[in-house]
Design a protein around this ligand. Sequence first.
Ligand code: ZN
Length: 161
Amino acid sequence: MTGKGYFVKCPVCENKFDRSVVNSVKINNRYYHEKCAEEKQKLQNDKEELIKFIQKCIGQEVNKKITNQVEKFGRDGYKFKGIQLTIEYYLLLGYELNAQEGLSFVPYYYNDAKHHYIMKQKANKAAEEVDEPVKQRSIRIKDPELRERHRKKGDIDIEEL
Ligand SMILES: [Zn+2]
């Protein structure tokens, strides 16, 4: 099968493709790869979620300054989810978000925030792993008397039970 040669450039990955051959999605008169359109939609959702989060923090509609900052960070390669975590981290440190200053702190705290949440995730995971054998053990030795004997002898002989 040969294509009809309807070549378009995907705005997301900037690769050219023949839209008579490759599955594509049309948005605002531009053709996107299906996967790239999905990615674009996901980014859009993340951005809307971030704006809603900021509105909740400052207790009012976001102003032009904040909207522009969000757009600029997006262009500079910051992840919208990452920006949201950075704001959470900033608040955690005891600072406040206000509409006048907006998000100018984000570039200074972005990496710290990332580090903080990666460490937190690791700690949670480690805690889960440690938890498991401890639980099993406490089920086996419920009886206080047995536990006492266990403590004295150092171990319990299964045959003795
Ligand atoms: Zn693409």
